[in-house]
Write a protein that binds this ligand. Structure first.
Ligand code: AKG
Ligand code: FE2
Length: 194
């Protein structure tokens, strides 16, 4: 079965999937180079929306850079996500019409408290996709993504470079545990126009 169909099956079943080695080593290295070259353009991430948006490092300590199609490594990543979007729409009739995504950098010591990705009163975020870019990450570097499954069971995902996590945005609360060194990711949401 193709990876994309595996994702389809997971979303209709448990609602989430963790896939190690989704990114190959070469692409991972290119994305890291791009990430490093744009380091100065990152801005502190906010919580809340529009007028209520504010930086609250006690809630989330990452800085983000919204990504565009301006680099070959990004074009490849965008193409990959468009293919997945097509499959999700064809198989699940999700009506996804865009992907918004950003690079995220969590400096050592930072975290993101438990939350749901779907903004209240607005259900345009349908599927969350996170790709980790951390090379040589070790379990005791922390930074696990803790997903709150049904019945308050939790699943901790170590952010090894190349791992992809996909889940239904309205279904699972999750948090990022404190990272002991800089933690890098590419995080996106497939949206339906409200
Ligand atoms: O980086 C992660 O593992 C998840 C990030 C996250 O929850 C978010 O940006 O909404
Ligand atoms: Fe999130």
């Amino acid at each position: 079965m193709s990876i994309d169909l595996e994702i389809v099956e997971a979303l209709t079943g448990p609602g989430y999937l963790v896939l190690p080695n989704f990114l190959d080593a070469n692409h991972l290295a290119q994305l890291n180079e791009l990430f490093a070259s744009r380091e100065e353009d990152f801005v502190a991430a906010g919580v809340g929306r529009e007028a209520a948006l504010q930086v609250r490092q006690d809630i989330r300590g990452d800085a983000v850079l919204w990504v565009e199609n301006d680099d070959p490594a990004m074009q490849q990543a965008n193409q990959r996500m468009r293919d997945l979007q097509q499959t999700l729409n064809r198989e699940l009739y999700l009506g996804l019409d865009e992907l918004e995504w950003h690079f995220a950098r969590y400096p050592a010591g930072s975290f993101y408290q438990r939350h749901l990705d779907q903004h209240r009163h607005q259900d345009s975020r349908v599927v969350t996709v996170v790709q980790y870019l951390n090379q040589n990450w070790h379990e005791d570097d922390g930074g696990q993504l803790r997903i709150y499954l049904d019945d308050e069971q939790t699943l901790d995902v170590t952010p090894y470079g190349g791992t992809l996590v996909v889940f239904l945005s309205n279904r699972f609360e999750h948090e990022v545990l404190p990272a002991r060194r800089e933690r890098r990711s590419l995080t996106g949401w497939y949206r339906r126009r409200p």
